[in-house]
Ligand binder design. Structure first.
Ligand code: ADP
Ligand code: MG
Length: 369
């Protein structure tokens, strides 16, 4: 839907260029831009007891120019991880590096000086953009805070950025409410890009938009990341969006990272039973979904011992004791593909067999709704 007040140039959706196409050979991978090491986030105390960790011992790294996804159900700890990386909340533990710089150790002036290098885009631009500021002030703010641009440069850059994100330069004088939802997200993107960041942290950037607009914004982000070489940490609860927008992906469940793989491999055949269940839930109605759902149907949670240190996916249909009472390490399933599961090999077999019963290959790529 286009806001009639704005004559937007029709943004020609670029073909999806591909950080997510063929995974680059490991040897050619540049040094990581972002490294997250053993990140734990906890929000205060609940009564007298310590609240459970919102993110627990989360580690991953993202290569320069790569778009890395975090996927998981609501409440799995994706935003807590993103906000820690963006230095908007203080984690309880863990270290975060941007190149050689440990951004998790920065305070005060040093943190302000580093902020232009990483910018965040939120789900809902209606609440993340100041409703009382005009678009120009919104786009200019990160540049002003960085103190790295002259007044003239700020104006020039703001105009160029509007064009770059598919908004008319004249809309710099409008307020956020005068834009449509998709246009507001374009404005948020222009603002985030204004300081030439190396890292964009995108927390559900298209989840508030309807399907047609989602596709436009995903195209725009892909185009911008490709042409500007920006690295992305891309968060979504939606597997179809993750499949489209990322090159590698980590799955979160209850604060933990349970699986990590090149995106095409994850969609071809996960290694964690929980990821299979997620995938089954995201498939369109049909025999493939039915047979995967049946194979990976969570069962009534097993009555475990009171103090529990093992796998906490108690509903797992493949659970086996005493094996699963031991904490599963993030073990290699195949090249670049890791899962925190003692039964990963069986899960992959079970999934492949469930799909084969439908007389089709394992590729789920085009099947996600
Ligand atoms: P996601 O983004 O995957 O939905 P979140 O990181 O927002 O997950 O939430 C992880 C857990 O932390 C949830 O249990 C959530 O209720 C809790 N949580 C998130 N934000 C806060 C907060 N500001 N205060 C207390 N608990 C929070
Ligand atoms: Mg969230």
């Amino acid at each position: 839907m286009l806001n009639p007040q704005i004559q937007a140039p029709s943004p020609s959706p670029a073909p999806l260029p591909g950080p997510w196409s063929a995974p680059r050979a490991e040897a050619a991978s540049p040094a990581p831009l972002l490294r997250v090491e053993n990140l734990t986030v906890r929000y205060g105390k609940r009564g007298r007891r310590e609240a459970p960790a919102a993110a627990r011992d989360v580690s991953f790294s993202v290569s320069r120019g790569e778009t890395f996804g975090l996927v998981g159900e609501s409440g799995s700890g994706k935003s807590s991880t993103a906000l820690s990386v963006a230095r908007l909340i203080e984690p309880e533990k863990g270290r975060i590096f941007l190149g050689d710089l440990e951004i998790s150790a920065l305070r005060g002036k040093a943190l302000r000086a580093a902020r232009p290098r990483f910018q965040m885009i939120f789900q809902d631009p209606a609440s993340s953009l100041n409703p009382r500021e005009r678009a120009l002030a919104i786009v200019a703010e990160p540049m002003l805070l960085s103190r790295q641009y002259s007044k003239g440069e700020i104006g020039d850059r703001a105009r160029a950025l509007m064009t770059r994100v598919g908004l008319p330069v004249s809309s710099l004088s409008l307020f956020p409410f005068e834009f449509s939802g998709g246009q507001r997200q374009r404005l948020a993107i222009a603002r985030a890009l204004s300081t030439n960041p190396e890292l964009l942290i995108l927390d559900e950037p298209v989840s508030a938009l309807d399907a047609a607009i989602q596709a436009q914004i995903l195209n725009l982000l892909a185009d911008l990341q490709e042409s500007l070489g920006v690295t992305g940490l891309f968060i979504s609860h939606d597997l179809a969006v993750i499949q489209r927008a990322t090159r590698r992906v980590a799955v979160m469940r209850r604060g933990s990272l349970i699986e990590l793989a090149p995106t095409p491999l994850l969609f071809e055949g996960p290694a964690h039973p929980y990821t299979w269940a997620l995938l089954a839930a995201s498939l369109p109605k049909g025999s493939r979904r039915d047979s995967l759902r049946k194979a990976f149907l969570p069962r009534a949670p097993h009555e475990g011992p009171a103090t529990f240190g093992g796998c906490d996916y108690l509903e797992c249909p493949l659970r086996e004791e005493p094996l699963c009472l031991k904490a599963p390490p993030l073990a290699r399933a195949r090249e670049g593909h890791f899962a925190r599961c003692h039964k990963a090999a069986e899960a992959r077999d079970l999934g492949a067999r469930a799909l084969a019963r439908n007389g089709e290959g394992p590729a789920l790529a085009s099947q996600v709704a």
